[in-house]
Ligand binder design. Structure first.
Ligand code: MN
Length: 446
């Protein structure tokens, strides 16, 4: 479904959208929710260069017509969810309409330009909110390298459990603590027990970590007890964002058996503010992960020729860190790792289909995260637990500071972008969060 909206020669009348290296050229057009003032409700907007275009203003000015106008009108209450529910047809119509309104060489574009002061707001002048009303959130474990690395730390004799190559492993996360990029992350407290301790104790985590992940927002979803065939999984996806699944490793190590992650993960999850639609990602689709010889084929319900040939998405992902000391010295952030999303053992379509395979209903705006994205190379590991090998191999920052896990004041910045010859580069923007000191619990105040 590559069409004229993907053409690399398209130019926008918004000059910053034509700059090489921008995350938000006219070929991207991700959707998000913004507000200019904390007293305002959110309104749906589109990222274009260094600006955001307000969708309700575009509708009011008559810059969108027909199905594009109807699709935009679905967001009138300030939420993207109703548009997500409509599926790929209206979403593509909106994309075509937005391209028409933002391109430099169309009549609509020229008319839009004359209303630029109403239509556009500088991105740095708006607050970005969580992009959708997320009803439910699940997190997977789809990187086999991450699973092998973590498994070998927790279970040296048995790193990869026998179900891994058959079941896309996941757990139900917590939607209430999903926060927008930029929100401070208070160091959580919890129960931990070092191997050498006789009994657990309660206090601030000493092993705070991030996890680099990609999230998929569900589009139309499915009714209760009605599975999503793999052939239909792509049309049930709306778009992707970056996810930081903050994790307290010492809490996790003590609590995770037998039921899996709980309080080690649900204190905060950050998401990037822009949802890059599946349409914008079309030029960057890639084959599914090539399984090693001898690995079992996915069971039939998780298998299709289309998923084999184009179930992957070639996103380049990066994690950067900037400590408080680096910020004070104006030292730029330091890149900890980089990895390609094509390394994932399971595709997004397989995650969607598996999640619904028992009849579990997914709703528009639900978020399914991939799990930590790690590759085989050491500098492609997507969390600190892996990078420092459980804290045994500390990282040295440009400031000379060492890190085994995150310290208060550390800012974690995740970035993602897609590049391919003959295509316009598109990006996800950033997912940021700074670690704030723990809050003393009532029982600890003296
Ligand atoms: Mn995770």
């Amino acid at each position: 479904m590559i069409d004229e909206t993907h053409h690399p020669d398209l130019r926008s009348w918004v000059d910053s959208a034509n700059e090489p290296g921008t995350d938000f050229p006219i070929q991207n057009l991700p959707l998000g929710t913004v507000r200019r003032d904390p007293s305002e409700a959110g309104t749906v907007a589109v990222a274009i260069g260094n600006d955001v275009m307000l969708l309700d203003v575009a509708v009011r000015l008559g810059l969108l017509s027909g199905p594009a106008r109807e699709a935009a009108a679905a967001c009138a209450d300030g939420f993207i969810n109703p548009l997500m529910a409509l599926g790929p047809g209206p979403r593509r119509a909106l994309r075509a309409g937005l391209v028409n309104a933002l391109r430099a060489d169309s009549d609509t574009g020229r008319r839009a330009r004359s209303h630029a002061s109403e239509l556009l707001v500088t991105a740095s002048d708006v607050e970005m909110l969580v992009p959708a009303a997320i009803g439910d959130y699940s997190d997977f474990y789809a990187s086999i390298e991450h699973a092998k690395n973590l498994g070998s730390m927790f279970r040296p004799d048995n790193p990869l459990l026998p179900n891994y190559k058959y079941v896309p492993i996941g757990y139900h996360g917590r939607a209430s603590s999903i926060v927008a990029s930029g929100t401070g992350i208070v160091r959580p407290s919890g129960q931990t027990k070092a191997e050498t301790d006789a009994a657990p104790s309660f206090g601030p985590t000493k092993r705070l970590d991030y996890e680099l992940e990609v999230g998929v927002f569900v589009g139309p979803g499915n009714s209760l007890s009605e599975p999503i065939p793999i052939a239909q999984a792509e049309e049930r996806m709306f778009g992707l964002c970056l996810v930081n699944d903050w994790s307290a490793r010492d809490v996790q190590g003590w609590e995770y058996q037998p039921l899996g992650p709980f309080l080690a993960k649900n204190f905060a999850t950050s998401v990037s503010p822009w949802v890059v639609t599946m349409d914008a990602l079309e030029p960057f689709r890639a084959p599914a992960f090539r399984r090693a010889d001898g690995d079992p084929a996915p069971l039939p319900y998780l298998s299709s020729p289309a998923n084999e040939t184009a179930g992957g998405v070639d996103i380049q992902l990066e994690v950067w860190l900037r400590s408080a000391k680096m910020r004070a010295a104006k030292t730029p952030a330091y890149r900890l790792s980089h990895v390609r999303f094509t390394q994932m053992y399971w595709t997004l379509a397989q995650l969607v289909t598996h999640h619904a395979s028992n009849g579990c209903n997914l709703n528009p705006g639900d978020l399914l995260a991939s799990g930590t994205v790690s590759g085989a190379a050491k500098d492609s590991r997507g969390c600190m637990q892996e990078l420092t090998w459980r804290g045994t191999e500390p990282i040295t920052l440009p400031s000379g500071e060492q890190r085994r896990f995150l310290e208060d004041g550390d800012e974690v910045i995740m970035r993602g972008f897609c590049e391919r010859d003959g295509c316009a580069r598109i990006g996800f923007g950033e997912c940021r969060g700074t670690v704030l000191p723990a809050i003393a619990s009532a029982g600890h105040i003296t």
